[in-house]
Design a protein around this ligand. Structure first.
Ligand SMILES: C[S@@+](CC[C@H](N)C(=O)[O-])C[C@H]1O[C@@H](n2cnc3c(N)ncnc32)[C@H](O)[C@@H]1O
Length: 266
């Protein structure tokens, strides 16, 4: 499919239009941008009026396709302003988050904590057809609800990894509260430094499309028969083997499943 470029004005267009644009198959792209105070922000070369620390943008509903946004910030500093540019490769339905603050002034987590509703956790574990022989790893485990539920319901081993010490603390408390210490381990780790080739048979993700894409080379090393489940976000342009939609009080959640063989293109 050809790459289409949409102009910044489309992304910056405020409320979603009803009527002709609001067709079922059109979805929006949502982007949040974190900026240091005083920075200027440009979408496709057009200046936007940013909010600090974070500005949110939503496109009008778009036909399916590939869209590339160029986001530029001019950031003031003691040695004069510097220009930072990010290219964002998105599809309708995507949510992306980019952080243009100085490395020392932004959280170490690549995506903010947001728990998956328990109903979605239950559904994704059913979708992955977990058995007591599986080993489930949740990359970015938040309060540990996915490994805890997997161990409690299916009696399998499970691990959660999170870079944020607060989330690790929450997860460990959750493990104790549910009495699954024998089956569940929680570690403070950067998920981009994990070796996925030997440990897990099921990997769960609730991250961002760009982070899923970054993990893909590691996910391709999963042993045959392993499954990867992603809440809400696609995996590059690899068609999932299965997809469900879970209706919750917070809205509908897409859940996608790929077999390791599919990710490798076997
Ligand atoms: C959207 S939350 C999902 C939490 C949990 N998996 C769930 O589904 O309820 C994403 C989590 O990833 C963690 N995270 C972000 N970047 C990370 C990284 N590089 N390494 C490890 N954890 C990370 C965040 O701290 C956050 O807890």
């Amino acid at each position: 499919m050809g790459r289409k470029l949409i102009v910044g004005a489309a992304l910056l267009a405020g409320p979603i239009l009803a009527g002709a644009f609001a067709q079922e198959w059109r979805k929006t792209v949502r982007v949040e941008v974190y900026l240091p105070e005083g920075a200027r922000l440009f979408f496709e070369g057009r200046e936007a009026r940013p909010d600090w620390p974070m500005s949110r943008f939503e496109s009008p509903p778009l036909p399916p396709g590939k869209y590339l946004y160029t986001i530029t910030a001019i950031i003031p500093g003691p040695d004069g302003p510097r220009t930072v540019t990010r290219r964002l490769d998105v599809r309708p339905g995507d949510f992306e988050s980019i952080d243009l603050r100085e490395p020392g002034k932004r959280p170490t987590a690549d995506v903010e904590y947001e728990p998956t509703p328990q109903k979605v956790v239950d559904s994704l574990l059913r979708l992955a057809r977990i058995t007591d022989k599986d080993v489930v790893w949740d990359l970015g485990c938040g309060d540990g609800r996915i490994p805890v539920t997997a161990a409690e319901r299916y009696g399998c081993k499970a691990s959660g990894f999170d870079i944020d010490p607060e989330r690790v603390k929450d997860s460990l408390a959750n493990v104790r509260q549910h009495g699954v210490e024998r089956l569940v381990t929680i570690e403070r780790r950067d998920i981009f430094a994990l070796d996925l080739s030997k440990g897990p048979t099921v990997v769960t993700l609730y991250l961002l499309p760009s982070l899923n894409a970054r993990l893909l080379p590691r996910l391709r090393k999963l042993p045959p028969g392993s499954r990867v489940v992603s809440i809400a976000h696609r995996m590059a342009d690899i068609r999932p083997d299965e997809r469900i939609v879970v209706d919750t009080e917070l809205g509908e959640f897409d859940v996608y499943l790929w077999r390791a063989e599919t990710l490798r293109g076997d």
